[in-house]
Design a protein around this ligand. Structure first.
Ligand code: DHB
Ligand code: FE
Length: 283
């Protein structure tokens, strides 16, 4: 039986991909941002997940205003890094797991989550930067990836509650897959995050910290945060954090925090990262 063994939350700051690709991670401006992932890179070497269900958002790379899927699942064999204006990132191609992905797609649709199914697309910094942070400089990614794209770019994004419920449905889907696979779910994007306008660069450490705190334990209070609170407290792109709730929902009733990293400044947004494991509940 496939098992969800851990969840990771992680910002997907494009300049950290740039720093990695240009071998500048040890420069004073970037070093502290990367240092907070050392623990996770070592931990991943021991965990050896087979598959990551990587919840992220596309930033007008694979999709644009012509088509805006709310929730989309990648069922393809492989995904090339997108060209976001400076050529594709020189990182490995992302290899999918079509058999598990189609199983999850079927399970979700029958569970009344009407997913868009994608067989061909490129993947942008939303997906490739977390891969770099977690696995570093490698010739081939050590895991298969099922991309799960969420619209958080064009209003209306899904509610936090719907995202959490999708995570719960993903857990049911994974549990019903017969092959013995070690599966992680990652939620990416965030944290404090206002890229433009008079409030650009807004950082709300207190709110971000409270969000990170409430990801562990058995409270599901985070699922009820309204969109307006993300926008007001953390900036317009702070809404990316609803994607972390898909990861959290997939971990079940209770979780334990294994590692956390919060750092400002890496860009003009806050860098957040957390590693969680599900806690078995007594019957
Ligand atoms: C930044 C973060 C993002 O999530 C993004 O999509 C673009 C830029 C940033 O921190 O600069
Ligand atoms: Fe983003």
């Amino acid at each position: 039986m496939a098992r969800i063994t851990a969840g990771i939350g992680c910002s997907h700051i494009p300049v950290l991909g740039f720093a990695h690709d240009h071998k500048r991670t040890q420069e004073p401006i970037f070093a502290p941002a990367f240092a907070g992932f050392d623990w996770t890179r070592e931990w991943e070497k021991a965990e050896k997940p087979d598959v990551v269900i990587l919840v992220y958002n596309d930033h007008a790379s694979a999709f644009d205003m012509k088509i805006i899927p709310t929730f989309a699942i990648g069922c393809g064999e492989r995904y090339a890094p997108a060209d976001e204006g400076f050529g594709p990132r020189p990182v490995p191609e992302v290899i999918g797991h079509p058999v598990l992905a189609w199983h999850i797609a079927q399970s979700l649709v029958l569970d009344e989550f009407d997913m868009t199914i994608i067989n061909e697309m490129t993947v942008d910094h939303g997906l490739t930067v977390p891969m770099t942070m977690m696995f570093g400089d490698v010739d081939a990614w050590p895991v298969k990836v099922i991309p799960l794209a969420v619209n958080v770019v064009t209003y209306p994004p899904p509610s936090g509650n719907r995202c959490w419920a999708l995570g719960e449905a993903i857990a049911r889907a994974v549990e019903s897959f017969p092959e013995d696979l070690n599966v992680q779910v990652w939620g990416t994007g965030g944290m404090s995050h206002q890229l433009q306008g008079p409030r650009a660069g807004l950082i709300n450490r207190e709110w971000d910290t409270a969000f990170l705190d409430r990801l562990s334990g058995d409270s599901d209070a985070l699922r009820h945060i309204p969109h307006i609170e993300y926008l007001r407290e953390t900036g317009s792109e702070g809404i990316e954090m609803v994607m972390w709730l898909i990861m959290r929902g997939a971990l079940g009733q209770a979780t334990r925090e294994l590692h956390r990293h919060y750092h400002v400044p890496a860009s003009n947004t806050a860098l957040g990262h957390i590693v969680l494991e599900p806690v078995e509940q007594a019957a």
